[in-house]
Design a protein around this ligand. Sequence first.
Ligand SMILES: C[S@@+](CC[C@H](N)C(=O)[O-])C[C@H]1O[C@@H](n2cnc3c(N)ncnc32)[C@H](O)[C@@H]1O
Length: 232
Amino acid sequence: MTRHTVSSKPSVQRSIRSYVLRQGRMTEAQRDAHARLLPRYGLAFSPAPLDFAQVFGRSAPTILEIGFGMGETTAEIASTHPEIDYLGIEVHAPGVGALLRRIEARALTNLRIIEHDAVEVLTAMIAPQTLAGIHVFFPDPWPKKRHHKRRLIQVELAGLMASRLVPGGYLHLATDWQDYADWMLDVLAQVPALANTAEAFAPRPAYRPLTKFERRGLRLGHAVRDLVFRRV
Ligand SMILES: C[S@@+](CC[C@H](N)C(=O)[O-])C[C@H]1O[C@@H](n2cnc3c(N)ncnc32)[C@H](O)[C@@H]1O
């Protein structure tokens, strides 16, 4: 039987992770969706590169999202772009359950979920130069200085993400945390395979919908920063 849970024994040994797995607090509906729909829309972690054409049953550009949270944005983008295939990665099981419910409700055929650490997925399951784009929206800011090492966006991971993009493919990051936004700019500038599409921060691309929390933040005057880089 395939296993769809986050493995307790990571296949790549990493001591510092960008998340802390919180236990429990799944709603009944999320639990039901997780059990019923993950075998259909989930891909089990496996240390072999995915064949996207086989996964989606067609040949189309594939975009990967890291840390989709509860999946509102993910489902919205996938449903407005049926011509593109999407792979969403998340370690938080209630979020996986929530996105599975949205996939069913909207009858989405162009979205699959991998419930696993994104760094391991990128390393083992995504072949070089295969992705049309990568989305990382509002990653955990880890604001305390001593936790900065836990931030997902680091030079090594940015290099790994760049290597998985086709030439001309894009990496789109968004954050409402100014210090993390500056950190991201600094990190991406250190990756020779990536070129900024803007002077610094980019205008929000039309495909990224405003989130509820972002709308509230904007009313309070909090800036949201988008960064859009291209694989050279
Ligand atoms: C602050 S939330 C943002 C969620 C969503 N993108 C949004 O905009 O609402 C960050 C998410 O990234 C997930 N995450 C962090 N590190 C991850 C990793 N290495 N692999 C997969 N998911 C990760 C967390 O579980 C969390 O749900």
